[in-house]
Design a protein around this ligand. Structure first.
Ligand code: NAD
Length: 258
């Protein structure tokens, strides 16, 4: 219970990495607002949190839409209080060769992965400034550090998240607000169920054994787990990381060293 009485918003917390982060924070005593575009999924995570006597509330909003983020901020600050922790996790991914990446796909990915962080930071930072402190963790990716085949829009969005993280770290350090990113490698989440076929086609793999690619090509021979990422995020919101800001920390089994 190292974070008792803290309030956190986790975007895209209804499944996958976001759900693991939400539960990890709740285990440390944080009151967690679990945002998702799919309300029932967020509600289920809150039920799980309540099973271990944690606390929180589900909140449905599409974080690519400024009016919905604004409404969410009004609800949170009025009904719960200004947040201490913001985890910008919501995101989408699609593998497609560059020449087959339509303008529509490009816009959708940039909005879900980059604009969403911009909007949530714009609406929730004033509350943190009022509190004279806070921790923001943006979920970037290994694809925010190096290009990967078939991920032009995704890489552009995740490189963008790292740039945004660095700028916010500089601008808000005087208010005792730390802004960092984590860069996960391949993490075994429901996202891969959607992507495994297009990934396998593009990389010439047998879809039934696509995970073998990560076993062969990553120094730590496996996909990452949701817990691996949640542990990294927890460190970045604890007081132990108070002197760390503007960083983009790899959680990728040794795939990238910078
Ligand atoms: N799984 C991986 O291998 C991996 C690797 C690196 C980075 N990431 C990043 O981690 C984050 C989570 O990925 P995941 O694998 O858990 O994906 P996921 O698809 O399992 O979960 C993403 C969640 O975000 C929600 N979401 C999507 N768009 C939203 C929106 N506009 N508003 C609100 N909620 C929205 C979805 O409904 C879903 O619940 C993403 O930003 C992703 O890019 C994932």
């Amino acid at each position: 219970m190292r974070l008792k009485n803290k309030i956190a918003l986790v975007t895209g917390g209804g499944q996958g990495i976001g759900s693991g982060i939400a539960m990890k924070l709740a285990q440390e005593g944080v009151y967690v607002i679990v945002n998702d575009i799919h309300y029932e999924n967020a509600q289920q995570i809150i039920e799980k949190i309540k099973q271990f006597k944690g606390n929180g509330v589900p909140y449905q909003a599409d974080v690519t839409k400024s009016d919905e983020v604004e409404e969410m901020e009004k609800f949170v600050s009025k009904e719960i209080g200004d947040i201490d922790i913001l985890v910008n996790n919501a995101g989408i991914c699609k593998f497609a060769p560059f020449l087959e990446t339509t303008e529509e796909v490009w816009d959708k990915i940039i909005q879900a992965n980059l604009k969403s962080s911009f909007l949530c930071c714009q609406y929730f930072l004033p509350g943190m400034i009022k509190k004279r402190g806070g921790k923001i963790v943006n979920i970037s990716s290994e694809s925010g550090k190096r290009g990967s085949k078939g991920q032009s829009a995704y890489c552009a969005s995740k490189f963008g998240v790292i740039g945004l993280t660095q700028v916010l770290a500089l601008e808000f350090a005087p208010f005792n607000i730390n802004v960092n990113a984590v860069c996960p490698g391949p993490i075994d989440t429901p996202l891969w169920e959607e992507m495994k076929t297009e990934f396998s086609v593009l990389y010439g793999l047998n879809v039934a054994n696509y995970k073998d690619y990560f076993v062969k090509n990553y120094p730590i021979s496996r996909m990452g787990t949701i817990e691996d990422v949640a542990n990294g995020v927890l460190f970045l919101v604890l007081p132990e990381s108070d002197y760390i800001t503007g960083q983009s920390i790899n959680i990728n089994g040794g795939a990238v060293f910078y």
